[in-house]
Design a protein around this ligand. Structure first.
Ligand code: CP3
Length: 344
């Protein structure tokens, strides 16, 4: 039994009634917060991820400053490729760089399914520290990248609008691609289970680039693996799948048994509900750029969004990560607007 003082998100994920709609924001710990920028100037990105005290402090910032209904672990999806043996750098104003990406069988031999306790133990230490710091105020969300999105970076070697090299790898070397996707999947299952064991109350799978694939290729190169992960976690910890842009497969994603499905702002709540059915919680879907609109407009659009989702089985969120140039009072206005709203 949960001793959480605020368990709105857990109840929403289980389809239980809630007094109001819960809210958190993807990438809520980050560059729009001056308190984060102080630590960002002092420590490197992976240093912040790998030092449990720093990861803990950054994770708690939006809980204390913005008042969100959940904390999300400060880390990155790319710590998994690192643990699997690839070098990952985060380059200032460029983004992630993997200097030796996967191109062929030889490269694949450099990749391993690691012991997660040995390679990612710092994450589990951070989770334990965060749980102490939270003192049951709100749940802690753990996370991992979906295998397809991690393959995108592991093959492309950097961020991309199209991830063409990653797609070409999948379409010309499908056997190698499937071998890599399965290795990522096996690692991710152990990683998410260990996060839950360390204290994560919810886990989310981020498939940020799922929307780059056709429905058929999404099934073959992404959902096939997400399905394995959800099957392994859903009876241990409430599980959310966020496959950005892959609205066409909401029915198939709901059939995985995930408790929650994230949606972006390019689909209406009504249509998403039709596709996903009634046995899953929807999470989203405010356009992150709308947080730059005047505060009265944020408030009225939040009310519109919550009305469109209707009562129950909804967690308010953005449709993707918060942008670094969002004023803190705008982020807070979004969260407060959700907290003040009541379905009549
Ligand atoms: O949501 C949270 O607040 C928790 C922390 C979190 C980060 N990355 C911290 C981070 C989470 C959940 C992620 C996930 C992540 N990382 C995704 C999936 C979600 C999404 O946004 O699509 C992806 C694709 C990545 C890979 C990644 N990491 C990129 C492309 C970048 C560079 C672009 C950017 O936003 O700066 C990162 C770096 C990163 N991860 C930062 C943060 C706070 C910025 C680092 C900094 O400059 O301080």
């Amino acid at each position: 039994m949960s001793q959480l003082k605020n368990d709105l998100i857990i109840r929403a994920l289980k389809g239980e009634p809630t007094e109001r709609t819960p809210v958190w924001m993807m990438r809520q710990a980050g560059r729009y917060l001056p308190e984060y920028m102080v630590l960002r100037r002092k420590y490197g990105f992976f240093e912040r991820c790998q030092t449990p005290e720093l990861a803990c402090e950054i994770t708690l910032q939006p809980v204390d400053i913005i008042g969100v209904d959940a904390a999300i672990l400060f880390s990155d999806i790319l710590v998994v490729p690192q643990a699997m043996g690839l070098e990952v750098q985060l380059v200032e104003s460029v983004g992630p760089i993997l200097p030796d990406p996967i191109k062929n069988t030889n490269d694949l031999n450099r990749v391993r399914v690691p012991n997660v306790d040995e390679t990612l133990g710092y994450v589990f230490d951070a989770i334990k520290l965060i749980k102490q710091g939270l003192n049951n105020r709100v749940p802690l969300i753990g996370f991992a990248g979906a295998p397809w999105t991690l393959l995108c970076y592991m093959v492309q070697g950097k961020g991309s609008k199209t991830f063409d090299a990653a797609k070409i790898f999948c379409y010309t070397e499908p056997a190698l691609a499937h071998q890599l996707l399965q290795m990522i999947t096996d690692t991710t299952i152990e990683y998410l289970k260990a996060q839950a064991k360390a204290g994560a109350d919810v886990v989310q799978i981020f498939d940020s680039w799922g929307g780059l694939l056709s429905p058929k290729d999404f099934e073959e190169f992404s959902l096939k693996y997400i399905r394995q992960i959800v099957a392994a976690t859903k009876d241990i910890v409430p599980t959310i799948v966020f496959a950005k842009g892959a609205w066409h497969s909401l029915d198939a994603m709901a059939a995985t048994g995930a408790h929650g499905l994230g949606i972006d702002w390019c689909i209406t709540p009504k249509l998403a509900r039709q596709f996903a059915g009634n046995n899953v919680t929807l999470q989203g879907n405010f356009d992150p750029a709308k947080l730059l609109a005047p505060i009265p407009q944020i408030k009225s659009e939040v009310n519109e969004m919550l009305t469109a989702f209707g009562p129950g089985r909804h967690i308010a969120n953005l449709g993707h990560g918060i942008l670094p140039n969002v004023p803190v009072d705008h982020a807070k206005a979004f969260v407060d607007a959700v907290k003040e709203f009541r379905h009549t």
